[in-house]
Design a protein around this ligand. Sequence first.
Ligand code: ZN
Ligand code: MN
Length: 468
Amino acid sequence: MDLKIGLETHAQLGSETKLFCGCRNPVMLEKEPEPNTLVCPVCLGHPGSKPMVNQKVIEIAKSVAIALNCEIAEEMFFSRKTYFYPDMSKNFQITQYEIPVAKGGFVWIDVKGEKKKIRLRRIHIEEDPAKLIHTGGIGGKYVLVDYNRSGVPLLEIVTEPDLKSPEEARVFLQKLSLILEYLGAYMPGKSIIKSDANVSLQGGARVEIKNITGTKEIEQALKYEIVRQNNLLKKGLKIEQETRMWNPDLQATQSMRKKETEEDYGYIFEPDLTVITISIGIEEIKKKIPELPDRKYNRFIKEYGLSEKLAESLVSDPETAELFEDIARKISPRIAAGWIAGYLKKTLNWHGIRFKESGLKKEWIEELLSFFAEGRITDRNGEIAIRKMVEEKRGAKEIIEKYGLWKESETNAKKIIQTVLERNSKAVEDYRKGNEKALHFLVGLCMRETKGKIDANEIRKEIIKLIG
Ligand code: ZN
Ligand code: MN
């Protein structure tokens, strides 16, 4: 199937203040603020108010451009994109049109073990409009407007139509947001990533789907749209060039308007802002860019001998990658990788949180893994300890003591095994006759007796030594 997908992705940037005024950026706040409290004449678009460019946003944009291998413009300026809608009280959005902050660039993605380079067309800076709250749903009698979001800095990243499937689009967005997270350019769980997707099938007309939030939704929206277009083609109908909207509640795309071109927006140069020279200071920014996910992934495999799967899992969150390296140096790379990518991530995923949001301290994980490395806790009870640590936000030692998870001393363990064997002479006989299942049964009994406080492997060895 000849399928071409291009994305225009808007990412909310994590700067302390908004793009053109001194208002706090709501993306950076712990709690969602009351509506219309983070506003001023500039972001409300009052006549006579003048925008000022936030230099921090320019710096973030430059670092993203470097990380995405783009060519940074010498100079750039802002333009007004005219449109009428209650989410933008000025009736225009300040954006970049003629000369964006950066052009070109690429991102590597990995889909089912196959590496693919996705080319970028351009990156530009623009302001987020206000948020419309449809109280009565679509078709309700009125909408509310919250201008807190008005003026939040956005980076719009436009790809070439290099994506070939909904899955590739999702993987691309995940990779892009991971790179932005490594750069500290956006706040995971807070910053919103919203995309418009261009889809064309079998050389048919280009259909644009607007307003797809997040990474999972992009895959669903594209899947839906491809099926819709295929059905039209099957019926011998033509696919018209149009703009559609993704409705996440209906899980369907809906027609918004036919044929619309960029020229319809009547871009004009933004007269309140001057031309900005951005080619200076690039070297300093380059020095500040941290090790990015691709390079870290390769280094983890090479330096610590990790499998691709473990390396990928650890790198998919900058916090767990850092946690891994700290513990790998002090305890053991094998234990650190296995436990962090295994039990820890499993527990975090179950709660739908990232390490940063878990309230766990690095020292707690380090403490727990050192207990395991020293043989003071079993694998099974270690897993329980991690679960309880996440649930109760307490240190390893505290949790182990509270729930009695320490490993049994060797003498105690031997005593318990002895008793179990004495009470189950039938199973002992069966094992002696060559029944392997009887051994599993005995190991299970010992585990139950000690509530996981002896290591299953050690029990097995001890039983074989005693009766084998
Ligand atoms: Zn403001
Ligand atoms: Mn845009």
